[in-house]
Design a protein around this ligand. Structure first.
Ligand code: KG4
Ligand code: ZN
Length: 329
């Protein structure tokens, strides 16, 4: 017996106010099919731009201003009414506390007033399960979560069971992209801007460090890389006075190459760990989170998976960055 349900997902853990609505077709408790009915994301880039990073208090207030509008538009786009929603899901952590309080309070009100069931969702589990929204991927699979706040290798054993086998010891890669973007005065968030400039730069121009690359585990570090790029920028400033756009392009390309090398070196180790644990024929690696929207990173991982006999999955860019669909799913 198949059952169809509509699920609403609310995401406010960082700087995107996002609501997604999905329709699940269930066969007993197993998901047969997932349809995305709507996905609304209101970003706050303009508000945080002048600070070069997210200001938690501003983010929380902006969520409060945007959330009702986001909800109304998401229902419109899905062409359904609130009464057609069976279940409400909301990110309950981890994240910025002000944003989480806004989202969870809104979801509780919605649930209580309309007598709908409510589930709190872990933001990281939503990211690591997101490749399954559009693809049939069997458990267990290996994931690299790379976002603004997180960086970790996770073996996804099933919907509720995750094993972390390594991760960053300091900054997350997205945070590093954003801070370098601030140094280079590229606006916020820095990730997409750096990717654009890197395309036209020389990745071999500056030899930035690849921290922990000689250590045989899956842990990473980006903080020293960030400092090295900042130091190089200050050094170039002495020479050029005004840093030329060509130098910025080379810095971006060389920095991005370092990040990719670190991720690639450590992913090879994570793959070995996964292979030792699971002697599976069909091995899968997925990359998820905002930084996985980077085309150059996707390309390198596609090639790596081909070489290592892993099947590669990455969600579309709009499911990599924060969204309500993955929370509903
Ligand atoms: O997953 P996400 O939306 O939020 C968190 O959970 O952190 O990730 C946001 C991060 C930001 O740091 C942003 O700069 C980065 O993802 N990002 C990118 C790209 N698009 C977004 N980093 C590199 N290249 C991109 N194209
Ligand atoms: Zn996220």
């Amino acid at each position: 017996m198949f059952k169809k349900i509509n699920i609403l997902g609310i995401e406010t853990s960082c700087d995107d106010t996002a609501i997604g609505i999905i329709n699940l077709i269930l066969d007993k408790k197993k998901i047969k099919e997932t349809k995305i009915l709507s996905s609304l994301v209101i970003n706050q880039n303009k508000l945080h731009k002048k600070y070069g990073g997210i200001v938690p208090e501003i983010a929380a207030r902006a969520h409060l201003e945007n959330i009702d509008y986001c909800m109304i538009e998401a229902l419109k786009e899905a062409n359904i009414k609130l009464k057609d929603i069976e279940l409400i899901c909301v990110t309950s952590g981890p994240g910025l506390i002000g944003g989480l309080i806004t989202g969870v309070s809104y979801a509780k009100g919605l649930s209580y007033y309309n007598s709908k069931k409510l589930i709190g969702v872990n933001h990281l589990s939503a990211h690591v399960l997101s490749p399954r929204i559009k693809n049939k991927i069997n458990f267990p699979y290996l994931t690299l979560l790379i976002s603004g706040g997180h960086c970790q290798f996770i073996i996804v054993k099933d919907e509720n069971s995750f094993e972390r086998i390594g991760g960053t010891l300091d900054d997350a890669p997205g945070e590093t992209f954003d801070k370098i973007g601030k140094v280079l005065n590229l606006g916020f968030p820095g990730g997409p801007e750096i990717e654009k400039l890197a395309k036209k730069g020389n990745p071999e121009k500056f030899n930035f460090p690849r921290p922990l690359s000689k250590i045989n585990d899956c842990n990473m570090s980006f903080s020293g890389l960030k400092t090295a790029v900042r130091n190089k920028f200050n050094e170039m400033l002495q020479i050029e006075k005004n840093i030329s756009i060509d130098t910025k392009k080379d810095i971006c390309a060389s920095f991005q190459k370092s990040v990719i090398d670190i991720l690639e070196i450590k992913t090879k180790i994570a793959m070995q760990i996964f292979e030792k644990k699971y002697k599976k024929e069909k091995k899968v690696l997925s990359i998820v989170g905002g930084v996985a929207a980077n085309y150059q990173i996707r390309k390198v991982f596609d090639k790596l998976c081909n070489e290592k006999n892993f099947k590669f999955y990455v969600p579309p860019a709009e499911i990599c960055t924060d969204n309500g669909v993955m929370i509903a799913y």
